[in-house]
Design a binder for this molecule. Sequence first.
Ligand SMILES: Nc1ncnc2c1ncn2[C@@H]1O[C@H](COP(=O)(O)OP(=O)(O)OP(=O)(O)O)[C@@H](O)[C@H]1O
Length: 457
Amino acid sequence: MFSLHQSPPPLVHPDGQQVMELIPEPFLILDGDHRVVAANQAAADLFSQTRGMLMGQGCQELLFGLSGACPGDDACPLTLQPGEVRVSEQRVEARNHQGRSRPLKIRLSRMAGDAEGLVGLQLLAENGGQESKGAETSQVVGRSSAMSRLMHVVERVAPTSATVLLLGESGVGKERVAEHLHRCSERADGPLVVVDCSALGEQLIEAELFGYEKGAFTGADRRKIGLFEAAQGGTLFIDEVGEMPLAMQSKLLRALEASRIRRVGGTDYIDVDARVVAATHRDLGAMVARGEFREDLYYRLAAFPVDIPPLRERREDIVALAEHFLEQAGGAHQLPLSRSVAELLTEYPFPGNVRELKNIISRAAILAGSGPVLPEHIAFQSRQGPAAPPAREDREMRADGNTLPFPPPRRTRNGLTRERIRAALEASDGHRAEAAQRLGVSERTLYRHLQRLSEVD
Ligand SMILES: Nc1ncnc2c1ncn2[C@@H]1O[C@H](COP(=O)(O)OP(=O)(O)OP(=O)(O)O)[C@@H](O)[C@H]1O
């Protein structure tokens, strides 16, 4: 059978078309401008169009649900270097007649011996073509030029061993991008282990990251493997690294430099092979200047910084994200969103970024019930007009809006007190997502705090 890695068709003539029909997966050939010049029947079926209708359609419209021509070499995730073959996992907005899109893995390859820059696209459905919940929930939605550029960069750095630092306001999708980076790396079959420094007290961080030996401290009644070890062969995602205490920063640096750790209370060093991806919403450079963050660790972590822009700076993504969340909330029958709702959403500045949009849509889906989502179902959490981006230092205070019943707390390690969490949960009728929004933290952070509090009880 024809394989992309063996002998792809040099040009698209009738014989080439016949060869393409032998490929069981949907297969497209795009020209140098990323417009379809050939497609097999499986691709036509996937897009619910005829092969003739697919001809001439551009990558933006067909694959990413955007209007306009291909943004060009640097910004298009389909750009390949000569001879490059890449498997790139990304959401293809392959809408069928019900308006549903599905997660697909794309194998890209430049056509051997071609001078025209023809690109072959093999579209590999996940789970035998069924929409998989896992893939669905870890998709990075959004094909604005800012996100396209970002995904391009992330997919380039993913196969390397570089330490990556993800920067961006709260709720922009740092963890989501970290998941994507892991899935695109050669460690994808290994574990992705997440540690949130803002949810751990000073002493706990070391024990969590490096583990401990039995008897290392009161309560250590057995040996515990740390998260570095748990991430062997995979990726360790250190979230909110700016919250890490200085003493712990030196230990982390040593572990990164030497690729080995020592459990708390242990004497032996243990080799670790974990790729580290860190994230923060803080300005680490400013923290270094104030002596709050170690300069050497900063340079080690920021070997490859990736800035994720706030949602207000990539408004083209808002509708695609909203429809994705609506589908996730069981509202596939409410797709596509009406023009009035789309306009309402794209005018709002989303101080809480993608997380805020997700909460708004989940609520709207419930309010709309079996009918379409209407403008009156959209309840913004902050009615502030478009604002100038806050100074980095202020972002954490304003990230989720400033008209909440109480001001969002500073996200220091001990910032979430029992009383604040209880008040937020009461005000949200026990809904964790909403309580997290009120507190200005991620759901996962709130969950970890709740777990810790229940352990103390
Ligand atoms: N591009 C995206 N596509 C789909 N879902 C997204 C995207 N970006 C963010 N989300 C969703 O929005 C929510 C917030 O994203 P995430 O937790 O990754 O943000 P974050 O920047 O890590 O936030 P924090 O700094 O508060 O930890 C999550 O539910 C996530 O799944």
